[in-house]
Design a protein around this ligand. Sequence first.
Ligand code: PMP
Length: 401
Amino acid sequence: VSRFEGITMAPPDPILGVSEAFKADTNDMKLNLGVGAYRTEELQPYVLEVVKKAENLMLQRGENKEYLPIEGLAAFNKATAELLFGADNPLLKEQKVATVQGLSGTGSLRLAAALIERYFPGAKVLISSPTWGNHKNIFNDARVPWSEYRYYDPKTVGLDFEGMIADIKDAPEGSFILLHGCAHNPTGIDPTPEQWEKIADVIQEKNHNPFFDVAYQGFASGSLDTDAASVRLFAARGMELFVAQSYSKNLGLYAERIGAMNVVCSSADAAVRVKSQLKRLARPMYSNPPIHGAKIVANVVGDPTLFNEWKVEMEMMAGRIKNVRQKLFDSLSAKDKSGKDWSFILKQIGMFSFTGLNIAQSENMTNKWHVYLTKDGRISLAGLSLAKCEYLADAIIDSFH
Ligand code: PMP
């Protein structure tokens, strides 16, 4: 008998488990709308041209693979903070931002969670209801207490702004308020600029700590600056804040695990101290981060030609998603005879659409139509082609009725 008898079987991951089920399906019509990964119209994975060019440059230069410092590649940390806050943001010149390279968005969030656990004992993190499934895992494993604030209103398939504000107001003073910088996952519903101002107001009033998760900069609107507007609005108010970044989606660097954790501090002195503690937390967890993705980002952002080419490719990706969004809406509106208003699909932004399908209906999508999605009814439009929109519309209508 094994000494591991006491270890029970873990449940499959609600998002990555969908890909495993998809792989096992042999039906020709199968469609994987589970994981948020960009696909071409032919539904193939896509490596950005600028990434290939940056990698070629790296090969030509014969760059080595020595260890990075604990805080990561200096050129990357500079580039990533500039991309987020704007290159001419005074915060950067004043050295008020502690930036460390992280293991993509997830690892950066996990590092911030460790900092909260160590230096803000008992402080609660407020996360949106619903949110990206891994947020709860991250704070649970870091032993950081969390609760939810209202976000999605099923009646309007829109933002429950009043509920959100009320819940943030009600939270114990000094809570961390986790906000999706843009392209909220899973709902695709973002606050308006006016609503962001009000959110900043209550967070300031209650002395809370804003904590942004920015996993889709450039991917929501197609513009890097537009998608960073929420973070910059808070920063411009002189608030101290946390921002986790990911390059999985906007540079298609999913498996390179490249991202960053930024802590905006009210003094350069505090930033130095915070950074030293982030490094201290990282060292026993993974020692130092990987170099390859960091160099790609530094090369793309640091080279004006590649940077401009990246923007064009990002617009192309965001544009393809907008096109399938429109086509899906058109197909649903044309085919559905029930009079249901599908316009919520066009109002949502980013990679995902939150369909409003419940668990049983989502199961019908998979079992009968071989369409794979998360059980909360979220579909990744990045995994959809124009050619498959009609089929998907049939599946959705059948599953709703
Ligand atoms: N936050 C959100 C809201 C996300 O959707 C994602 C990607 N699915 C991440 C963080 C981080 O992903 P990664 O670790 O691949 O960068």
